[in-house]
Design a protein around this ligand. Structure first.
Ligand SMILES: *Cc1c(COP(=O)(O)O)cnc(C)c1O
Length: 374
């Protein structure tokens, strides 16, 4: 059996008429950039979050650094985050001229460890940037408390957790800005690149709106800015998909539960941990081998069995050779959990079109590997 990692084409076929209708509407309108479809999608996106503002931008990385700029985060400022994330979290800090400070992640959730944040705060600390890794919210209540105590900004990297929620808090409720990516592989993905900033902060809304469009609020009038817009074509695709995101996330949760039931008791691996009361939307279903040296053998065995398992992320940011160390980044304290996560992680196939039979086949193969290595 072949088990793919994504089901993009299948997803398109499942809601083809809805996507095609929106595309036709945009194409027939003649307004493809900053047009009515973008406006409509921005309204739907803000409403989905129960927030005031949503601004479509070119991608998730831009959503992050445009938020940093709008909040006045720049050279000399430190932003605290984790090293076990996609590279763009830190890259956005680098683009804004700020310094990335990496603290450890929680051993079970792999999201930022609030206790490690406290210890890393200096007079230069300006913002906390939690990543809702793999589809589960970081501990935003604890993060908000620390931010209030020290007068810090909070920017949520929500590229991986669209539609997730915490225990008694929603995404966006406890932060200054929520940054989302719509690249195809995210839970809400377009057929290409896209991103958005969602916020209740009027200044963030106003400045990001201006920055994404050449610093222009009024036709022909410009301050400094950039070009980072979400095209109406993508807004149309996303508007059609947004209607289905909760149902797709529910299916992901069901498939995750099936993996977890099937793999329960496996001694050679650790299964994903869902914090009680949280809604984890399983952007990725990540298991960890007990030891780093077991990861590649298991991954290779799965790949050879026709299963397109992957790693997110095998090289933590501080382990990247190309990272600009020195002025623009430092590590605060040991980050052993993040390093273990990088060494041991395997992402099993996870997408809403995944079938029960495919899940069962993956479970069978992991079990087979375990019985062989015992
Ligand atoms: C995907 C992702 C981004 C960046 O999104 P792009 O749209 O690719 O720029 C940022 N942070 C995290 C955690 C991501 O997974």
């Amino acid at each position: 059996m072949q088990v793919p990692f994504y089901g993009h084409v299948q997803q398109y076929h499942n809601i083809k008429s809805e996507i095609d209708d929106n595309l036709k509407e945009v194409l027939e309108s003649g307004q493809y950039v900053m047009g009515p479809m973008l406006k409509r999608f921005e309204r739907e996106l803000a409403d989905y979050h129960g927030m005031k503002y949503a601004i479509g931008v070119g991608n998730g990385t831009d959503a992050l650094w445009l938020s940093f700029m709008a909040l006045g985060i720049g050279p000399g400022d430190e932003c605290i985050t984790t090293a076990n994330t996609f590279f763009a979290t830190a890259e956005a800090m680098w683009i804004a001229g700020a310094t990335a400070v990496f603290v450890d992640s929680d051993a079970r959730t792999n999201c930022i460890d609030p206790a490690a944040i406290e210890a890393a705060i200096t007079p230069k600390t300006k913002a906390l940037v939690p990543v809702h890794l793999y589809g589960q919210c970081a501990d935003m209540k604890a993060i908000r408390k620390i931010a209030d105590k020290h007068g810090l900004l909070v920017i949520e990297d929500n590229a991986q957790a669209f539609g997730a929620a915490g225990d008694g808090f929603k995404i966006g409720e406890l932060s200054d800005s929520v940054c989302t990516s719509f690249i195809i592989q995210k839970n809400l993905g377009t057929f290409g690149d896209g991103g958005a900033v969602v916020t209740n902060n009027q200044q963030v809304d106003r400045v990001v709106r201006r920055l994404r469009n050449h610093g222009s609020e009024k036709r022909s009038c410009h301050s400094y800015g950039f070009n980072s817009r979400l095209d109406d074509i993508h807004a149309g695709i996303l508007s059609a998909k947004l209607r289905h995101i909760d149902e797709w996330n529910d299916v992901r949760r069901e498939r995750a539960a099936r993996y977890t039931a099937g793999l329960a008791g496996a001694k050679s691996i650790t299964l994903p941990y869902e914090v009680p009361g949280y809604r984890h939307i399983f952007h990725l279903y990540v298991i960890e081998t007990q030891k780093g040296e077991h990861r590649d053998p298991l991954l290779n065995f799965l790949n050879q069995s026709g299963i397109d398992a992957k790693c997110h992320y095998p090289i933590a940011i501080h382990q990247q050779e190309g990272y600009p160390w020195g002025k623009q980044a430092r590590i605060a304290g040991p980050i052993l959990n993040s390093e273990r996560n990088a060494a041991c992680c395997i992402s099993l196939p996870m997408f809403p079109e995944l079938t029960d039979q495919e899940v069962d086949y993956v479970v069978e193969k992991v079990r087979e590997w375990e019985s062989r290595t015992e």
